[in-house]
Write a protein that binds this ligand. Sequence first.
Ligand code: ASP
Ligand code: MG
Length: 422
Amino acid sequence: MLVFKFGGASVKNAEAVKNIVKILKLYKEKLVVVISAMAKTTNALEGLMSKYFNAEEGTAEALKQISDFHYEIVEELFPQKDHKIYKELSKLLEGLQNRISQPPSLNYDYDYDQIVSYGELLSTTIVAAYLQDEGIRARWMDVRLSLKSDDTYREGRINWELSTDMVQKNFVFSDDDILITQGFLASTVNNQTTTLGREGSDYTAAILAYILEAEKVVIWKDVPGVLNADPKWFDETELLSHLSYRDAIELAYYGASVIHPKTIQPLKQKGINLQVKSFLNPEKEGTLVADKDYDKLIPSFIFKMDQVLIFISPRDFSFIAEDNLALILEKFAKNGFRINLMQNSAVSFMVCVNNDQSRLPRVVRELEEYFQISWENSLELITIRYYDEETIARVLVNKEKILEQRSKETIQMVVKDLGPGV
Ligand code: ASP
Ligand code: MG
């Protein structure tokens, strides 16, 4: 049995859904297929969510856009107007409509999960129906009935004991060749929907593979595999054809967006290989992540844009000592806000984070009760794994370096872009 994961780009339109059928037909094995929301639907739902929660105008319009986008795909995939998918789709969208007709709760993260989860419910419903029409014996599964998490909304932590029981009980192939389910979603013991953090569908695939002891996980992407840099920021990228689990974890941890950071750990524990392949060239091998030590790799670059560097210092010029640090870190952890890099000096502590407006203001407010806070916006965080001086010089062209941290294998630099004119 293999576990596949198809992300947003591989289900971005009707054409892409048809391409999935072609890929699935290449495999003889039983498959668990994990799917995330279509194209940029999660972003669209986030937009809807924040309008709804903040009682702003435009929720109806935002919902209509999401609805139109899915109807367009469905109309192309299912020309018969009386196909059962139309009822299923309208039922889901009605559920979403009902949600946003109620007043919001006081908990942003809770409401977020109840709303944003529709992306995966919609995509899997559409893809499952299409596979069935194509004669593939595929069964739609509600992953929330099997994957259980705590109630850390937007960052649900898996309850492994319960999830193992439920997944083993539910994810059973009877007459089916394919079990198709939602990435990114789980639910609490009270059946409240949770999500596992943005881009969490890879992690879902890894959890299911771990519990079901899959032979392999394949993540299907619109890139040839894991590259040594994001083609969005870099012209000359190279494919890393092999990675050890450790290298894959480190690259993901520092933000190589091709794999979600939590994905590797469960796979490593059971020695399950991970392949990252292109859905545009399914015959190509892509990247294999496995339990081996490969040769030293070429330098890999990871760019994180829109970073904020926060300077935290005790109001009374006392030292940044352990108790202060514990308090600071607790505020970040409690708010589920990830620190990308931290560094301390005697009288201040610096933290580099994503400019996440749904979390940052709250954390700053909480810290301000104890500390003097200042920050610098619009920075970039550059990480180079297996760096050398030449690659460092290359990425620093037209950048002002504000902070640097080096280990034997990795360098991280917080920089300010000076623009092309400088
Ligand atoms: N749809 C979710 C997101 O965009 C989960 C995922 O794609 O992995 O973050
Ligand atoms: Mg994704």
